[in-house]
Design a protein around this ligand. Structure first.
Ligand SMILES: [Zn+2]
Length: 276
C-alpha cells in the first residue's frame, strides 16, 4: 500500500509537466537522498524543468531536463500531494518541491518509509529493467500472460503476484482481490493451474486493477492514501476480501479467512478459493 492504482491516481492528479522546480525543502531526511547529501540533492533539483511524469510499477518517475530523473516510491504510507500555493511543513512532511506555477509538491509520510532519489539515465534504465512488465499491458494479452505465469511452476500464486520482477505494481490488496475473483487459493502453486485457471487469473488481475484506477484507488480506514490535494479513493467499498476477515464472502457468504503469507496477511474465501 499504495499499489499500482494508487500510484497511477497520484500521478494523474499532478500538474507538473512543463513546470520548473524553484526550490526544494528537505524537511526531513529521506534515506535514499543519502548518496547525494541533502544539499546536493536540493541543488541538483533547483531550476530543473519537469519534462515528463510517468509511473513504472509503484514508482513515480519525473524526468527532468538535462538528463536527470527524480524517482519517488511511496512504500507503506507515503502520499504525494500537489497543493496550491506555498505550504508549511507538518510533522509528517518529508519533502516539498516548490514549482513555478505557485503550487507545491508535498511528500508526506508518517512512517518514514517513503523514498526519493535522483537517477542518471543508466540508473533509471537499471531501475526499470529490474521490474517486471506492467500488469495492465500484460493482462491484455492472455497468451503472453499465461506464458509468463506458467514459467514459474514452483511459485505460489500470492507471492508471485507480489514479486515486482514478475509484474510491477501489485501488492497485498490487489493480489488478494484478484485471487478471490479468479477463485484461486493464495498458496496454490502455479504448476497446479489448468490453462483456464491461468487465463482467469490474468483476466481477474487486469479487471481489478482497472476498476481500482477508475475508483481512484483504495483509501482504507487509516486514511493514509490520498491524492491530488487530499482526496480519497473509493475502491475500499468494493473490496471483496482484503481486510474483511470474518465477514461474509460477497459471493457465497462464507466468512473470509486470514492467513500469513511471507509475513503478510492474506485474505481469502475458504469455499470459493479451495487449496485442493
Ligand atoms: Zn466465497
Amino acid at each position: 500500500m499504495p499499489e499500482l492504482p494508487e500510484v497511477e491516481t497520484t500521478l494523474r492528479a499532478l500538474r507538473v509537466v512543463g513546470r520548473t522546480i524553484l526550490s526544494v525543502r528537505g524537511v526531513d531526511y529521506l534515506p535514499t537522498i543519502a548518496p547525494w547529501g541533502l544539499e546536493a540533492f536540493q541543488e541538483a533539483l533547483r531550476g530543473r524543468r519537469v519534462e515528463q511524469a510517468r509511473r513504472r510499477g509503484k514508482y513515480l518517475l519525473f524526468l527532468l531536463d538535462r538528463s536527470l530523473a527524480l524517482a519517488i516510491h511511496l512504500r507503506m504510507s507515503g502520499r504525494l500531494l500537489q497543493l496550491p500555493g506555498r505550504t508549511d511543513p507538518d510533522p509528517h512532511t518529508r519533502l516539498i518541491l516548490e514549482l513555478d506555477d505557485g503550487s507545491s509538491l508535498v511528500l508526506r509520510d508518517p512512517r518514514k518509509f517513503a523514498r526519493a532519489g535522483l537517477l542518471q539515465e543508466p540508473e533509471l534504465q537499471a531501475l526499470e529493467a529490474a521490474l517486471g512488465p506492467e500488469p495492465l499491458d500484460l493482462c491484455r494479452n492472455p497468451v503472453a500472460w499465461k506464458a509468463r505465469l506458467l514459467a514459474h511452476p514452483r511459485r505460489r500464486l500470492k507471492a508471485l503476484l507480489m514479486d515486482q520482477r514478475f509484474v510491477a505494481g501489485v501488492g497485498n490488496i490487489y493480489a488478494d482481490e484478484a485471487l478471490h475473483r479468479a477463485h484461486l487459493h493464495p498458496l496454490r502453486r502455479v504448476g497446479t493451474l489448468s490453462d483456464t485457471e491461468a487465463i482467469r487469473l490474468g483476466e481477474a488481475l487486469g479487471a481489478v486493477l482497472r476498476e481500482a484506477i477508475a475508483a481512484e484507488g483504495t483509501t482504507l480506514e487509516d486514511g493514509a492514501y490520498r491524492f491530488g490535494d487530499g482526496q480519497s479513493g473509493r475502491f475500499a467499498l468494493r473490496l471483496r476480501v482484503y481486510r474483511r476477515a470474518g465477514k461474509p464472502c460477497t459471493a457465497c457468504g462464507t466468512p473470509i479467512a486470514r492467513i500469513l503469507v511471507s509475513a503478510r496477511s492474506s485474505y481469502f474465501c475458504p469455499k470459493c478459493q479451495p487449496l485442493l
